[in-house]
Design a protein around this ligand. Structure first.
Ligand code: ADP
Ligand code: MG
Length: 323
């Protein structure tokens, strides 16, 4: 038996918009059945990579293979294997849920009983059966996203690609969406690739491809990435952050990151709770007048990102746009 080819294999992939380099020499592969998150801050190249994998942009340099078929050479075969969910809504809001799915089916050459069965099955899976005859515009954001998902996998693709699919959803709807994804992965034997800038989503992926300024800085499981940071994290707000940062550096001999008026430092690897408490007490007594607040935190994926890149994830505190 020949082994199954990777779902995605990319080597030496670069992409530019004019002079602006959006992706730099990416090499990675994705196994069949994985949920892989493409994690990176705004502008890191996620959508560009998504568009290339979704066969909207041909690669300018390097090789891309989907289920063993090279893109762009075999674009028609590659497209059959792919289901795509875009960041912007793609449903026709003046049509019903059922009509939207029906048209999508026709687009892929499905019809009749086969199509009706498939739609019925997906409506069940996504628990939107009772809303099938409703206009899409009358559904909540969370339900509309489920219909998008049903639309994306209507033709039973091997690989599902999604660009920030939970944009605009509240945390509850987001968690629900992810439960559906995990169910799908198990039931449809699907490889799922999803871009995100949200750490809670990233944590639910099997592996993360971490992008920063168009470069692949890591590809590993969330647990492995978090374990890059073994100490405890101290976050200090200060009225004089730069001065405090340099004094802390002198005193502790450790790197102190300072952004947006908050200092972030990692204690010695494997410090005990007593050692952390002692350090906090010491900092508070020595630098009382320069500390507004001090928070003790366990390392997160964000800390792993800082470790990998030397800077914070969202540098100007970009917030998600709920709308
Ligand atoms: P992300 O999805 O992670 O926010 P993008 O792939 O959209 O990142 O963008 C990567 C970089 O390419 C950014 O610097 C962005 O400004 C730039 N870029 C994206 N699309 C275009 C475009 N159509 N023309 C010029 N520059 C672009
Ligand atoms: Mg994007």
């Amino acid at each position: 038996m020949t082994p199954e080819p990777p779902a995605i294999e990319v080597s030496g992939l670069s992409y530019r918009y004019g002079d602006r380099v959006a992706l730099r020499e990416l090499d990675f592969s994705i196994l069949p059945g994985e949920i892989v998150g493409i994690l990176g801050p705004n502008g890191s190249g996620k959508t560009t990579l998504f568009r290339i994998l979704a066969t909207l942009y041909p690669p300018q340099e390097g090789r891309v293979c989907v289920c063993g078929h090279p893109y762009p050479e075999r674009v028609a075969v590659v497209r059959e294997k792919l289901g795509v969910v875009f960041q912007a809504p793609s449903l026709d809001k003046k049509l019903t849920v059922y009509e939207n799915l029906l048209h999508q089916g026709h687009l892929y050459g499905l019809c009749g009983k086969e199509l009706a069965l498939r739609i019925g099955y997906l409506l069940e899976v996504f628990r939107i059966h009772d809303r099938a005859r409703d206009l899409v515009e009358n559904l909540s954001g969370g339900l509309q996203r489920r219909v998008e998902l049903a639309k994306g996998i209507l033709h039973a693709p091997e690989l599902l690609l999604m660009d920030e699919p939970t944009t605009g959803l509240d945390p509850l709807a987001r968690r629900e969406f992810w439960s559906f994804l995990q169910e799908l992965q198990a039931e449809e034997d699907l490889t799922i690739i999803v871009t995100t800038h949200l750490m809670d989503e990233a944590d639910r992926c099997d592996r993360l491809l971490v992008l920063d300024q168009g470069q692949l800085v890591a590809m590993d499981t969330p647990a492995h990435l978090r374990s890059l940071v073994s100490g405890t994290i101290l976050l200090i707000r200060s009225p004089a952050p730069n001065e405090l940062a340099s004094r802390l550096k002198e005193t502790l001999g450790r790197e102190v990151l300072c952004e947006d008026g908050t200092l972030r430092l990692e204690t010695e690897a494997e410090s005990s709770q007593e050692e952390v408490t002692q350090l906090v007490g010491e900092l508070l007594s020595r630098f009382r007048d320069k500390i507004e607040s001090l928070t003790v935190a366990q390392p997160t994926l964000e800390d792993a990102f800082i470790r990998l890149t030397g800077h914070r994830f969202e540098r100007n505190e970009q917030r998600e746009n709920h709308g």
